[in-house]
Design a protein around this ligand. Structure first.
Ligand code: NAD
Length: 291
């Protein structure tokens, strides 16, 4: 089945970026959210980000206008019924995602492919509660979506080859590269990245280095574009902690235990850039290390 229309559920950080790249590649996109403000903000942000691409001469003004014209928004989840592909990018809570699939399924065509952008929830478990586990898979974009080149495609235990191939084609059409991952906790990128970030927090906790020396070491000594603590602040320390807990619980190995200092920052509400403070304090003109 050729995919022409895509329903995107959730218009937050990820959903707006997903709608942006799909519309630019020529797909008709319906974006839904429970919150009208999120939809309004998403459209404004997509417009702004496309405008930036026009200014950098990556796309023409005509391509921007065509992309904007391919995106419609709705508060009604069931309006997504006629979609060929659903990409769910709502809040990272299993009950939320499960309810979305339950409400949507009676309105879908039998051949519609269902996917989730989840960073950590088992694809096999989400799929098992739908009427089409063979047509269900993980479609995991990286943040920020318009910039990052990778999409992880995660097969659940029941996902069939034609579903994988249809999703792979979408990834190629939007000009990104897919990595195929099996459905185990945190997939590939976060399985490797989060323990590194957690280890950087242990290095800070044990006094081996300061925020500045740890980030500089990894930037200048390992050629990373961002230091691990700076990156943790960008991702959100609550998200980092949640993913470490998924690894710790799902793989039952003490090597994944979250650093107590990471837990302390989250308890303080110092969640990184989004709250103005994390391993750095962002409230002034330049970020200042908090340790
Ligand atoms: P977000 O909080 O920015 O956005 C989530 C949106 O979902 C909100 O606008 C919320 O109103 C909406 N929502 C909640 N319940 C809904 C429902 N029942 N129906 C429709 N919309 C609903 O979150 P985000 O960072 O965009 O993350 C979304 C998903 O993407 C999560 O599964 C997350 O794990 C995954 N993800 C996030 C990142 C990241 O770096 N933030 C990276 C990759 C994947």
């Amino acid at each position: 089945m050729a995919i022409e229309t895509v329903g995107v559920v959730g218009a937050g950080q990820m959903g707006n970026g997903i709608a942006h790249v799909l519309a630019l590649a020529g797909y008709q996109v319906q974006l839904t959210d429970v919150n009208q403000d999120a939809l309004t903000a998403a459209i404004a942000l997509i417009d702004k980000n496309l405008e930036r691409q026009v200014a950098r001469e990556k796309i023409t003004a005509g391509e921007k206008a065509a992309a904007m014209g391919r995106i419609t928004t709705t508060l009604k989840l069931t309006d997504l019924g006629p979609s060929d592909l659903i990409i769910e990018a709502a809040t990272e809570r299993e009950t939320v995602k499960q309810a979305i699939f339950e409400d949507l399924i009676p309105h879908l065509k039998p051949e519609t492919i269902l996917t989730s952008n989840t960073s950590s929830i088992s694809i096999t478990r989400l799929a098992s509660r739908t009427d089409r586990p063979e047509k269900f898979m993980g479609f995991h974009f990286m943040n920020p979506v318009p910039v990052m080149q990778l999409v992880e495609l995660i097969r659940g235990i029941a996902t069939d080859q034609s579903t994988f191939e249809a999703c792979l084609k979408v990834v190629e059409n939007i000009g990104k590269t897919a990595a195929s991952a099996e459905d185990f906790p945190a997939f590939i990128v976060n399985r490797i990245l989060m323990p590194m970030i957690n280890e950087a927090v242990y290095t800070l906790y044990e006094g081996v280095g300061s925020v500045k020396s740890i980030d500089e070491s990894m930037k200048l000594g390992a050629n990373h574009p961002m230091g691990p603590l700076e990156l943790a602040d960008f991702i959100g320390l609550d998200t980092c902690l949640a993913i470490m807990n998924v690894l710790h619980d799902g793989l039952a190995d003490t090597k994944y235990r979250p650093c107590p200092l990471l837990t302390k920052y989250v308890e303080a509400g110092w969640l990184g850039r989004k709250t103005g403070r994390g391993f750095y304090d962002y409230r002034g003109d330049t970020p200042v290390p908090t340790r």
